[in-house]
Write a protein that binds this ligand. Structure first.
Ligand code: SAH
Length: 235
């Protein structure tokens, strides 16, 4: 089972869309499990403050290390073998190989920041695995954590019915390139025909055509993938 603990000040955001479709069914079947820890529970004052102004001045609020630290300790002491992840735009950019690596951990803890982020000392203290979902700023780590979890959960055995659909999609071939174009009924739509080869029943020919299309598509849309950039190392 893939066990996840989320640290957030918005516990009501979870499981969110992860309660629908494949991930939702898998949650019910206990293929993965989710524990949501409310950081606010570890606040030190009666107003349940979790943030404060930045030392040195500047815009926005920073999440306090004493509050976050106690919340993190609470989870890390309960799950000694957990992989501790902090969602942050400064992290390594998430990709399919990282998803594959993450599901190998029996337990993953994901810290979601808010406001202008967390006090740097929390990062220095725990050296979490810093993970970004792309070069843009979200208002919080929660949607980022859900994106990461969605990509992980569908790789767990028993979540997607046909395991070929996991191994034969974009970024998942041994060379990590894009998937070939796909077609379904009807054979003709608004004058556009399905490529003849796919109707031929010749599996060898179909497979060769798909390989070539994968390559052509990758070269046109994501040429950098052909240089192996997708195989970023996971640390
Ligand atoms: N001031 C920070 C941004 C803080 S955004 C900066 O300039 O880098 C608030 C929180 O949202 C962050 O702590 C992080 O947990 C989350 N977040 C925002 N964008 C993200 C992204 N692209 N990937 C992962 N987490 C992100």
């Amino acid at each position: 089972m893939f066990n996840v603990a989320i640290l957030t000040i918005f516990p009501e955001m979870f499981p969110g869309f992860l309660s629908c479709s494949l991930a939702g069914k898998a949650l019910k079947k206990k293929i993965w499990d989710l524990e949501v820890v409310d950081i606010r529970f570890f606040a030190k004052d009666k107003h349940l403050t979790v943030d404060d102004v930045p030392y040195g001045g500047g815009a926005g609020m920073i999440m306090r290390p004493d509050v976050i630290g106690d919340a993190v300790d609470n989870v890390l002491s309960a799950y000694k073998n957990t992989k501790f992840v902090y969602m942050t735009p400064s992290g390594i950019k998430f990709n399919q190989s990282i998803a594959k690596e993450l599901i190998r951990f029996p337990h993953v803890t994901i810290l979601c920041g808010r406001f202008e982020g967390i006090d740097q000392r929390v990062i220095n203290e725990y050296t979490p695995y810093e993970l970004s979902i792309g070069d843009y700023i979200l208002s919080g780590g929660e949607p980022a954590a859900m994106v990461v979890l969605d990509a992980c959960i569908r790789l767990l055995p028993g979540v997607v019915n046909n395991s070929n659909s996991i191994t034969e999609e974009s970024f998942s071939y041994s060379n990590g390139i894009l998937e070939y174009p796909q077609y379904t009924r009807p054979k003709q739509w608004r004058g556009h025909k399905v490529p003849e080869v796919l109707l031929s029943g010749n599996h060898k020919k179909i497979s060769n055509w798909r390989q070539k299309q994968s390559f052509v598509l990758t070269k046109r849309c994501r040429p950098e993938l052909l240089d192996g950039e997708i195989n970023d190392k996971f640390t």
